[in-house]
Design a binder for this molecule. Structure first.
Ligand code: GLA
Length: 716
């Protein structure tokens, strides 16, 4: 609900309030964000006047401006905290100005740009005007059924000349400190998204990416939690940017115990020129409040993204169980080998064959051919169609790997279009995995990519695409932009990416696109708008993989987390883990396979058939249910509970087997306390109240990396 009275805006649902106020000096301030409260005029911000400080222009006796709770903060006007906008007027050189409240209205959101945006809810637009002609529109979307506020900004130039933006964040939130800890999802290639918590201390903590992708190093996610907050207890404020490129979040604890959180597109190498009448649109950011710890915060993100962001054609549909040939054959496949994989896939209840890297150009290793998206005739003399037709006859879908954002220095495409590679003129470019990025900020490039992918979808009968991206950016340079606009490159690139994905998904609404960036190096809500699932990591060792999936679930729903059962011993770690445990780890997410199933004996095929049957039975619960986590040294438990609380699926994953250890008791807090539940695997019956308060006792691990799955069904 959105209401306005005397310059006070209340955005609320039955659980949260977000309250704004136009203060005496015309600035838009945050009054409160958190658990639902009732507002009266007596609620004021605790701004104080102080010596040796700056006061709002025209109000020398007003409180110091440095602790106003700005909803959008500006530099060079006495607020020394990290600002949300930075600009310079071309003619005058002016870089500081006040942005004061001008007007508000509720609006229908504009979905014409390809920037991913959350659907639904109610949206408030507040316009702030500066003295010299820049205007900022702040957008706030609130939902009756999700405890999140989705924010973004539009910066418009109404001055007489050009303005150069050097920062344009999506939001700014100032609030009092409450002994907060700060958490983020940090990692690296092959060990993505581990939750790390530390005390919020004085100064500025910046979480960012300068790699041209949201990155495995730091996900665009940050959370503040009250001291001692756990999975189910404590207040958590969590922020997630719906964007796939360079980003930054700053969390600043100031000298008066105020906390400022702001962020958006990274200001690293950012400049954006606005001629008169032009505007800059920021990505959206989701602000989540939870009074039930990290678990409730995660469930809120999951609900928000499943209901209002992710590609609606797929988000709630059962996903195909795929066999992917990459960890089976790498580049060394033939039509015959692919057909044999399809045979066993169909026999064991899988739904799709995905042909990975190597089907195009002269690609026999990773040194050539990216960009040459035509058949590698040496490898597939009859083309893709026979494989695709074969799959379709067997009742399987057919998927194909592309790395559309790349170009190999050894390729036909680069000979035809050297200007399409992202590199600085006259400077030797840096390579990553022997390749260069192709310039998605250039519409000629994105048109080419859209056409070539579309022709494969039509001619080769594609049902599925794996969209990969295997190197971060280094040189930020586009031959299609003038020298005065080079700092717009990284933002325009991501816009080009979204435009391409939007066009393809609109043109082929039944085409499922799985996101991927060297595994999970670009796992973010922006990609999820168009790709309902993302290959989570190139690390397929079940034990490590569990950590990655567990961390990923802090922000992203299980329906987005694509997991494959791979070979044992594992390719990357050499670790041996039995098939049942590898499958159990992969089960809570989008299940697939990436191992040579043609070598399976009958009993292994049977086992896989059963795993797939179970997955299909539980798929709806896994994709749509509420996730509860439990974590202690050597044990991770994830439980998905159906929205009606009638069913639950518990997965327990042990590390090294301990000896003489105590029993592990997991409290299943998501169940209904007054209902009875049957444990399908054991036949035991418990009241929900017992499972919630006394807990369910897990079996001990019999071997290292043991796993267990239990299904709970309401009996009455
Ligand atoms: C990346 C992906 C892998 C595979 C290879 C192919 O590493 O993450 O899954 O597709 O590229 O080159």
């Amino acid at each position: 609900m959105i209401s306005e009275k005397n310059g006070v805006f209340e955005l609320s649902n039955s659980e949260i309030s977000y309250i704004l106020r136009v203060n005496e000096y015309g600035f838009l301030e945050n009054v409160y964000f958190g658990k639902k409260i009732e507002y009266t005029e007596s609620i004021k911000n605790s701004t104080v006047g102080r010596g040796h400080e700056i006061h709002p222009a025209g109000y020398p006796n007003a409180p110091a401006i440095g602790n106003f709770a700005f909803e959008y903060s500006t530099p060079f006007r006495g607020d020394y905290r990290t600002h949300a906008i930075g600009f310079s007027y071309e003619k005058s050189g002016i870089r500081g100005d006040d942005f004061k409240y001008s007007s508000y209205r509720t609006i229908e959101k504009d979905f014409s740009s390809p920037l991913p945006k959350c659907r639904g809810g109610q949206t408030l637009e507040i316009t702030l005007k500066s003295t010299c002609g820049l205007e900022v529109k702040l957008f706030y979307t609130v939902y009756d059924d999700v405890n999140a506020v989705v924010r973004s900004a539009l910066i418009e130039n109404f001055s007489n000349g050009a303005v150069e933006l050097n920062r344009a964040y999506s939001f700014n939130l100032d609030m009092p400190n409450d002994d907060y800890d700060l958490s983020g999802l940090f990692g690296a290639y092959l060990r993505e998204r581990n939750i790390e918590k530390s005390k919020l201390t004085r100064g500025i903590k910046t979480i960012d990416s300068k790699r041209g992708e949201s990155s495995a190093i730091a996900n665009p996610f940050v959370a503040l939690s009250t001291f001692g907050a756990t999975e189910e207890k404590g207040d958590v404020y969590a922020f997630n940017l719906i964007y796939s490129g360079n980003f930054e979040f700053n969390v600043e604890l100031d000298e008066f115990d105020g906390v400022r959180v702001n962020g958006g597109v990274s200001s690293f190498d950012f400049g954006y020129r606005l001629d008169r009448g032009e505007s800059f649109e920021t990505p959206e950011v989701a602000l989540v409040f939870s009074d039930g710890g990290f678990g409730k915060a995660s469930r809120t993100f999951h609900d928000l993204y499943r209901e209002y962001l992710i590609n609606e054609n797929f988000v709630k549909k059962p996903r195909p169980i795929v066999i992917n040939n990459w960890e089976v054959t790498a580049f060394d496949f033939t039509e015959e080998k692919l057909k044999r994989l399809a045979d066993v896939a169909a026999e064991t209840g899988m739904d799709a064959l995905v042909l990975d890297d190597g089907w195009f150009g002269n690609r026999n290793d990773d040194t050539t051919s990216l960009g040459d998206w035509y058949i590698n005739e040496k490898r597939l003399p009859n083309g893709l169609k026979p494989v695709s037709d074969y799959c379709h006859k067997k009742g399987l879908k057919f998927g194909l790997w592309f790395e559309p954002e790349m170009i190999s220095p050894v390729s036909n495409l680069i000979s035809r279009h050297p200007e399409w590679a992202v590199r600085s003129p006259d400077v030797t470019p840096c390579l990553g995995r022997n390749q260069l990025t192709i310039d998605f900020s250039n519409p000629d490039v994105t048109d080419y990519i859209i056409d070539i992918i579309s022709s494969h979808v039509v001619n080769d009968g594609l049902d599925y695409i794996k969209w990969d991206m295997n190197r971060p950016m280094s040189e930020y340079f586009s031959s299609s932009l003038g020298s005065e606009r080079q700092k717009e490159f990284s933002y325009r690139y991501i816009l080009g990416l979204y435009k391409t994905l939007k066009t393809i998904t609109e043109r082929f609404p039944n085409l499922l696109i799985e996101g991927c960036a060297a595994g999970g190096c670009r796992f973010d809500a922006g990609i999820l708008r168009y790709c309902p699932q993302i290959w989570t990591s190139d690390d397929t060792d079940a034990f490590y993989r569990e950590n990655i999936q567990y961390g990923t679930s802090f922000c992203y729903p299980l329906s987005t987390i694509s997991n494959h059962v791979s070979a044992s011993p594992n390719h990357q770690t050499g670790r041996s883990i039995c098939l049942e445990s590898r499958a159990n780890v992969a089960l809570l997410g989008v299940l697939g396979y990436e191992l040579d199933i043609t070598k399976f004996n009958e009993s292994e095929k049977n086992a896989v058939r059963q795993i797939n049957e179970r997955y299909k039975k539980d798929c709806k619960l896994i994709l749509e249910g509420d996730l509860y986590r439990y974590n202690k040294e050597g044990l991770k438990v994830e439980t998905v509970v159906s929205k009606d609380k009638k069913q639950a699926l518990l997965k327990a994953v042990y590390g090294l087997k301990g000896l003489s250890v105590s029993a592990n008791r997991v409290k299943l807090v998501g169940l209904s306390s007054d209902k009875k539940y049957k444990v399908v695997e054991t036949g035991e019956i418990y009241y929900g109240s017992a499972l919630i308060n006394r807990g369910f006792i897990l079996p001990q691990a019999k071997v290292d990396f043991d796993t267990f799955i239990f299904r709970f069904e309401q009996t009455e």
